[in-house]
Each structure stands twice: as C-alpha cells, then as structure tokens.
Design a binder for this molecule. Structure first.
Ligand code: ADP
Length: 455
C-alpha cells in the first residue's frame, strides 16, 4: 500500500481526532476534470460515504459547462435530472496540498435504477477492463503528463484576455537541471504531495520548450493509472495556483512552439506475469503484443477522437513536429504513432504517442484497449516496423487530423460500437460535434488579421 492511501476506518479516526474536516467527493467528467462537492467530514462518515447526488448535465457538457442539445442521456427535454455519485472508497486519499482535506472518486449511477451510467468515463474504462478480464488478462498502463508553467496566474492571464502568455522559463529546458530548479516551488510540492496522496510519482523533467515540464507516474492497473493521471493534472493546476502561477494542459497554445502530449504506455499481464514478453522472439515481442499492436494500428482512426477531443488538439499534428500523423510503429522513431519500448526485456510494451495533453485518460485507455483486444480476437498480422522517415512510408494508414474527420471515423466504427455500446459511442460523437459547432460560430483573430484590410 502506498503511504497515501486511506482506509475508511483511518478516515474515521482522522475525523474524530480533528485532523480531517473536509472530504472532496468527485466524479470525473467527459473532459477528465474533477467535479463534485466538498463535504464536512462528519457528514461524509455519517451518511454521504454511501452516496450523494449531482445534476446529470455534468456528463453532457463542454469545457465551458454549457448545456448543448442533442444528448440522448440528458437535456432540457428530460428536465436535467440527477445522477447518484457513489464513492469508490478504494480511492480514498489525503489531499496534502489542501489543509484538513481528503478526496474520494465516485462511480456515477442512474438515479432510479442505480445502474452504472455507461458513458461515465470511469465506467467506460471499467467495462473494457472487465472484457479483458474475461479473456484472462490485465492491462497495466502509464500516462506521461506534459504541460507548460506560466509566469502569471490563471486570473491575471484571463483578465489580460489571454494575451500575456509568458512561460516561466526563457529557454528550452529539456532535461535541464538548473532551469527546472527555478520551478521547484511548484514541481517539488507537486511530486511530494502526489506521492503522499498514494500516487507513485517517478520523476519530473524539463521538456523541450520554454516552461514545459513532464511528470511521470509509475505504471499501474489501468483504472488506477487513469485515476492517478486525473488527480495529478488537478493537483498541478491547484499547486501552481497556490504559487501564483498557471499550468496549462492546452495541447498547443502557440503555433511556433512544441505542443504538449500525453503518451500512453500499455502492457498486458496474466497472474502478474508480463505476457507481451517472449525472450525467444524478435525484440522480445510475444505473439500477443504483435496482435495487440496491430489492433491499435488498424483501429487508430476509430479512437482518434479520444486522443484528440478538442479543436485545439489537432493543432499539434503538423509535419516537422514530434506529433505523429501516421498509424505506424517503430522501435526508436519518435515521429511514429506507436513506439516499442524496452524491446528485448520483460518490460517490453507499446507507447502510443498520438494523444495530446487534453486527453481524458479513461476514454483514451479504454478505447485503445478495445482496439488492442480486437487485434487479438482477429489474430491480426503486425505490420513491419517503420524505419527512418515515417512520412516516406507508402501504405502507412493516415490518422484523421481534423476534428470532423475523427468524428466521422468514430461514427463509422463498428469495433467501438460493439466494445463500448452504441449509446456510448453516440454520446461521444455528439461531444465532438458540439466542440466543432462551438468553434464554427467564432471569428478568430487570425481571420481578422489576414483579411481585414487585404480581402
Ligand atoms: P521513456 O522515458 O523512454 O518513455 P520510461 O522508462 O521513463 O520510458 O517509462 C515511461 C513510463 O512507462 C513510466 O511511467 C513507467 O512507469 C511506464 N512503464 C514501465 N514499464 C511499463 C510496463 N511494463 N507497462 C506499462 N508501462 C510501463
């Protein structure tokens, strides 16, 4: 057990001794954010630990918390009823960066039937984990979080109209110890508080841009990995806010700079043995990893929307950047969508490098798992690894690199309809359309500057 995790009995003791007075009761929304309520700890241990409620628009909204039409599950016509939030007490943990506070994540249930709400991100992932368990396997995953730290705070930047975006550092800080020392007022508490909250932080490092950092968390069972990602992202913003700075997970905030990714590492296990490893096979790759990887490649267009859910996500995919645009795999090539890591060792695994820092980790992991499982089911042949410049490979399947194309690819995906359920797929197609419709209405600065005088 990690030092941070709390049992319910430990919580009761901490409440009676006055150590804890506040419980954050949270669900994870479609955008991968924590939403919920702050309970007085006494109320939580007396009654709310069993369940509480929230408005069901929380899983039918957008980044700005609008109430868009067109979701079958909730809307004005159904009067926006309630969900049940059911605390998953396994996720109980201290929140060391806030005084007297602990946190619990919830599963989301239908108010009347108490059945799991199928489009709830945690449930989407749980369903795929269950399907995999039926085949006798477990997925272990890791996500890498990249983000930018800014000189100013969120409020200062917003009040300035998002114009004054100055990263905290003046130069490329890839692996740079001196520059990142200047960011330790944020990064050290982030690493330590997360660790003390039961999240196994491995390291942080400077990334290849001004003010860009990466946080690595040790791989874990898939649901825990997604929980860790979500809490770490939340903590990064909150701790930066406490220090008077902003941290942004927008994938591309300046077209002249590198974007932020969220690479996803995946390996399958059986009885705590890594089944992606075969010591006698080329690169140590078992037949299973070859089929899983072939599934990831074949179905990459289907789940692209879950790797790039917003308009801005697609701004990363320009050639010459490190963001991949082709569904190919390679052993050491960072422009390929999938990279084989730790070849020839028992840690051999697939790293998907397509996703941006705005992924919802539950949905990104669940849909990749569905694709990998389908590859195993279909006993797909793994293509040859890409060597050299990926852009020159003919017949390399292209990824949808606009939001519209990704929505279309998801709409056409029988694989995901079968794996996730059709209503879940329709729900997220609608989310993609809502994002596109919101953007279509906007006149951007670029259009004004380009055409005001010259058109
Ligand atoms: P790199 O920096 O080359 O991408 P790292 O060794 O730093 O690779 O590992 C990156 C991530 O992969 C870490 O979060 C680590 O916990 C995770 N990882 C290591 N082994 C496995 C595995 N067998 N399955 C899934 N993830 C793993």
């Amino acid at each position: 057990m990690m030092p941070g995790n709390l049992t319910y009995d430990q919580l009761k003791n901490q409440v009676s001794s006055g150590l804890v007075d506040t419980v954050l009761v949270c669900l994870v929304d479609m955008q991968g954010r924590l939403m919920g309520k702050r309970f007085h700890a006494q109320n939580f241990i007396d009654s709310s630990y069993a369940e509480t409620h929230c408005c069901n628009y929380l899983l039918a909204t957008d980044l700005e918390m609008a109430t868009p039409e067109g979701y079958a599950s909730s809307g004005w016509s159904q009067g926006y009823g309630d969900f049940v939030m059911k605390p998953d007490l396994e996720t109980l943990r201290p929140v060391p960066w806030l005084d007297g506070t602990v946190m619990v994540l919830c599963d989301v249930l239908d108010h009347r039937t108490h059945q799991a709400v199928p489009h709830s991100p945690r449930q989407v992932l749980k369903r795929q984990i269950e399907r995999l368990r039926e085949k006798g396997f477990e997925l272990k995953a890791a996500t890498e979080l990249e983000f930018f730290i800014f000189e100013k705070s969120f409020d200062q930047i917003r009040k300035g109209g998002f114009r004054d975006l100055e990263p905290i550092s003046g130069y490329n800080q890839d692996y740079h110890i001196f520059q990142t020392s200047k960011e330790e007022n944020i990064m050290r508490p982030l690493r330590n508080h997360l660790f003390n909250a039961g999240i196994p932080v491995e390291c942080s490092k400077g990334e290849a841009e001004r003010g860009q950092e990466e946080l690595n968390i040790r791989y874990d069972a898939a649901l825990r990995c997604a929980d860790h990602h979500t809490i770490a992202k939340h903590a990064a913003k909150e701790i930066a806010w406490q220090q008077g700075h902003a941290i942004s997970f927008l994938p591309k905030w300046d077209q002249h700079m590198v974007g932020s990714a969220a690479h996803v590492h995946q390996s399958l296990w059986q009885a705590e043995k890594p089944v992606f490893y075969d010591p006698n096979a080329e690169y140590g790759m078992s037949a299973l990893i070859r089929q899983y990887l072939a599934g990831l490649i074949k179905y990459a267009p289907d789940y692209m929307l879950f790797l790039a859910p917003n308009i801005n996500s697609y701004k990363r995919f320009t050639s010459g950047s490190f963001a991949p645009t082709k569904a190919v795999w390679s052993i050491d090539n960072r422009t390929a969508g999938f990279r084989l890591c730790a070849e020839g060792t028992s840690a051999v695994r697939v790293e998907c490098r397509i996703g941006g820092s705005d992924i919802n980790p539950y949905l990104a992991i669940a849909t990749q798992l569905a694709a990998g499982m389908k590859g195993i089911e279909e006993r797909l042949e793994c293509p040859l690894p890409a060597m050299g410049d990926v852009y020159t490979i003919k017949d390399a399947p292209a990824l949808p690199i606009t939001l519209r194309d990704a929505v279309d690819a998801l709409s056409a995906s029988d694989m995901l309809k079968e794996a996730l359920g059709e209503e879940v797929v329709l729900h997220y197609i609608r989310a993609g359309e809502v994002e596109q419709e919101a953007f279509n209405k906007v006149v951007t600065d670029w259009e004004i500057a380009r055409g005001f005088e010259r058109s």
